[in-house]
Design a protein around this ligand. Structure first.
Ligand SMILES: Cc1ncc(C[n+]2csc(CCOP(=O)(O)OP(=O)(O)O)c2C)c(N)n1
Ligand code: SF4
Length: 284
């Protein structure tokens, strides 16, 4: 039976977003709704997982399956969901603190495993939910209530971290460009493997530095002749601060973690009950 395309409204849950007016996460959510519609996804086939943070509330607002997890644990949850049922489209969505501070180890290992997951990081360079502390992507000298003299820590570069960890699709989006972000999410979902989309998503309440206005002046699209399969060029462009490039910086085709599992026929949907029974027999 042919699958009916869904209207945009079908992807919206009854919960209305609780974010502050002007929060960048609204643009990311709209980008996601549009990406789901463009892909023609059925809501029953999608699971959106997150950790903890303002941004990690996003699964509430999507009419799919969802899992609002523990701070920094989006990747273990996404891994479990995807491995238990590889037919599901698994999207992970959350903050830069969630992804790169408490979740940093999980991020690296999810990337090197090349799980078939699309991870959209709402990067506001600050901890929003806990009312404005520095995050791993805050600039040196960033002043907050807990760093009144400015943080001495150097920021990580999410794109370089993702590439170095083995992610096979690495992109940068901007909440101020939700149409382009939707296209990136579609590409990330289409990619067979771990897709990271670090997305500038300003927090107007606690971050008066990394604003929509500032980003509009700092970002630029990748050159027309840009080749995302060139690893060295990807690292070079990911390292640029002026401008900061938007688009797909790195893409590598190959087998995903799930392809290896399927090939080995372990833990797949067909034999998962038998595997679990066996574990209960041995350790129950
Ligand atoms: C184990 C644990 N440590 C710390 C916290 C407190 N905490 C909640 S959200 C958060 C950081 C939120 O920042 P980010 O992940 O960047 O998301 P944002 O709120 O900015 O969207 C922290 C430290 C927690 N809930 N659990
Ligand atoms: S505190 Fe910042 S990140 Fe959190 S909802 Fe408000 S604007 Fe968004």
């Amino acid at each position: 039976m042919a699958v009916q395309p869904l209207p945009l409204e079908a992807y919206k849950s009854d919960e209305k977003p609780t974010w502050c007016p002007g929060c960048g996460d609204f643009g990311v959510l709209n980008g996601l709704y549009n990406a789901m519609r463009q892909k023609g996804l059925q809501t029953k086939d999608v699971v959106v997982v997150s950790g903890i943070g303002c941004s990690s509330r996003l699964p509430f607002f999507v009419a799919s399956y969802g899992f609002h997890g523990v701070h920094g644990r989006a990747m273990p949850i996404a891994t479990g969901v995807k491995v238990a049922n590889p037919n599901l489209k698994v999207l992970a969505m959350g903050g830069d603190g969630d992804a790169f501070a408490i979740g940093g180890g999980h991020f690296v290992h999810a990337a090197r495993r090349n799980l078939d997951i699309c991870y959209v990081i709402m990067d506001n360079n600050i901890y929003g939910l806990t009312k404005g502390q520095t995050s791993p992507t805050s600039q040196v000298g960033f002043v907050t209530k807990t760093t009144p003299k400015g943080t001495p820590d150097r920021p990580i570069n999410p794109l370089r971290l993702a590439i170095a960890s083995g992610a096979t699709f690495v992109a940068r989006g901007f909440s101020g460009k939700p149409k382009e972000l939707a296209e990136l999410i579609v590409e990330g979902i289409n990619h067979n493997g771990f897709a990271v989309i670090d997305t500038f998503s300003p927090c107007p309440t606690f971050n008066k530095v990394n604003t929509f206005k500032a980003y509009r002046e700092e970002v630029a699209d990748l050159p027309k002749d840009y080749d995302p399969s060139d690893l060295h060029r990807a690292i070079e462009y990911a390292s640029s601060d002026d401008p900061m490039y938007l688009g797909v910086l790195y893409r590598e085709e190959g087998a995903s973690f799930e392809d290896h599992l399927q090939a080995a026929k372990i833990g797949t949907e067909e034999n998962a009950p038998a595997v679990i029974e066996d574990l209960f027999r041995r350790y129950g």
